[in-house]
Design a protein around this ligand. Sequence first.
Ligand code: GSH
Length: 210
Amino acid sequence: MSKRFTLNGFWLSGPTYKVGLMLSLCGEDFAYVSLNLRAGEHKTPAFLAKNRFGQVPVLEDHKTGLTLCQSAAILEHLAAELGKFKGDGIGDLARAREWMFWDFDRLAGPVYRSRAQRFGIRNFTQAIMEMYWAEGSMALKVLDEALATSDWLAGSQPTIGDIDVYGVVAYAPQAGFDLKAYPAIGAWMKRMEALPGFIARDDLPKASRP
Ligand SMILES: N[C@@H](CCC(=O)N[C@@H](CS)C(=O)NCC(=O)O)C(=O)O
């Protein structure tokens, strides 16, 4: 049977992982199109027709006919369509959205860019790397403090807020941040990793699959 969702992504991409993790936690098997970013496959006219921003991930929802980009927007769509990880009522969902916006504002930049530097993909100056170190450490401290008093980021159960933020924190060690300094984050990661359907960062498919 053909699958409802096709995820277009790249296996080293954190935002792609967020969507793959959400689909897997929702028990949704999905088709996968692997793009070679180094070869510029995300800038071809065919791909730009799917995402005007020329980025992965892109999710095609064959039931609604929607083709969506921006991982946080995709998570919201999946939560609404599948009725999962949206919390209990509009308050939880609003709180989850706060964390998703905060994530890309404060955490994702320092973590993903420091990681790209360590992988030799970017070439930032020492001063910029120090700035990312300070910003990332500050954001991780904020997250650790929030998780010291609550098992989940929004309400009493895991939501798309947790999935979104986990999809950045999972890369923090590769970016050079020592998560041992943040015990509440460590405990929350274990709770995330115990959820049925959890897949690890490196479990994203490395090649296309139908
Ligand atoms: N805010 C976007 C970020 C997406 C993003 O930065 N994707 C990267 C891969 S991790 C990409 O496609 N980079 C290529 C480019 O921007 O040209 C999201 O959450 O989906």
